[in-house]
Design a binder for this molecule. Structure first.
Ligand code: PEP
Ligand code: MN
Length: 352
């Protein structure tokens, strides 16, 4: 990381960037009101920091140990005026601001009728963003893979419904990109691109999705440490895209006895991550618990833990849902959660 002097000229900044590039590094240039900081992306071992410190206009050139300096709260203070939470604007919705953001919708888009009915219901219940999977990650090749699994035409059709439902009910939409071949399609129709838990480690996918310059909903892998989670979020930031919404969705449980939840919702990770990074963190209690009777309590707990939002699966008839029926709640239940969670948000914000 290179911190420029407050009176460094544009020419000096460009000179430093050109010098850095000679060592094979890419740069992330942050221009604060008072100073410019140049983050180096690449193999730090190749960088002669003493030499860079001697360049005109440079105040300090230092190697940074952390694996996620671009999204790190600690380093943000070097290039921003105040250490704040990043607010991500999507349409009329702001994620990471004062208002709790609710993402709701079906696990999978099953039909136009199903999607539009759920979209209308969740909007009425108070949701801000519509979700709906088109390319579903499934453990069995024999399960419903989402309409994206039925063929390309079906995938395009479902993407168009999602976009239309979002327009009709005034909600930005999010859906998962499961593989590189799906990026262009999803980026064309969705406002937010979701990287599912299983793909958290897929650095090629992250890099390519980031390049679309749309907000990314980035889910933690169920076996990943917080440090790994943030290190892989850095791949998105390294492409110049810092509109990253981090999502805690449960990790693999320990022990050999019967599990009463699908995963273990790591709620302590929420405030821990918020100390590490300025990015907003949301919680998905649906996949974390796998049980509709636990969604209310875990949603409340997530907001108390400092989550900026919740992502919840909703279906008007959970018993008939093609995927994840046992964890789907109705829109009436969603409404109750939203009303209660908003009150909790008021109590925990602003943070002292
Ligand atoms: C989802 O949100 O649709 C999903 C499949 O979740 P996860 O990637 O967390 O399992
Ligand atoms: Mn699901």
């Amino acid at each position: 990381m290179i911190i420029m002097k407050t009176d460094a000229t544009q020419e000096q900044i460009e000179g430093v960037i050109a010098e850095v590039k000679k060592y094979g590094s890419r740069v992330d240039v942050s221009r604060g009101r008072y100073k410019t900081v140049i983050g180096l992306i690449g193999d730090e071992r190749k960088i002669p920091f003493d030499h860079l410190t001697a360049l005109p206009g440079v105040k300090e050139a230092v190697g940074v140990e952390t694996r996620y300096k671009l999204i790190s709260r600690e380093y943000k203070q070097f290039y921003e005026e105040t250490v704040e939470h990043r607010k991500i604007k999507v349409g009329n919705v702001e994620i990471g601001g004062d208002e709790l953001v609710i993402i709701a919708g079906p696990c999978a888009v099953e039909s136009k009728k199903q999607l539009f009915r759920i979209a209308e219901e969740v909007k009425k219940a108070g949701a801000h963003i519509l979700r709906g999977g088109i390319f579903k990650p499934r453990s069995s090749v024999y399960s419903f893979q989402g309409l994206g699994g039925e063929g390309w035409e079906e995938a395009v059709g479902a993407s168009q419904w999602l976009q239309k439902a979002g327009e009709m009910f005034d909600m930005p939409v999010v859906t998962e990109v499961r593989g590189e071949a799906q990026i262009d399609l999803v980026a064309e129709y969705a406002d937010i691109l979701q990287i599912g838990a299983r793909n958290m480690y897929n650095q090629d996918l992250l890099t390519k999705v980031a390049k679309k310059k749309k907000p990314v909903l980035f889910k933690r892998h169920f076996g990943a440490s917080v440090e790994e989670f943030l290190s892989f979020a850095e791949y998105i930031a390294a492409e110049g895209n810092k509109d990253i919404i981090l999502c805690e969705r449960g990790i693999v449980p320990v022990g050999k006895g019967k599990e009463y939840t699908r995963y273990t919702l790591d709620l302590a990770a929420v405030p821990a991550i918020r100390k590490e990074t300025y990015l907003p963190v949301i919680v998905d209690p649906s996949h974390a618990t796998g049980r509709r009777d636990l969604i209310f309590n875990m949603s409340c707990a997530a907001v108390a833990a400092g989550a900026s939002g919740l992502m919840i699966e909703v279906h008007y008839n959970p018993a008939e849902a093609l995927v994840d029926g046992p964890q789907a709640i109705t829109s009436d239940e969603l409404k109750h959660i939203i009303n209660t969670a908003k009150e909790i948000k008021k109590l925990v914000m602003p943070e002292k």
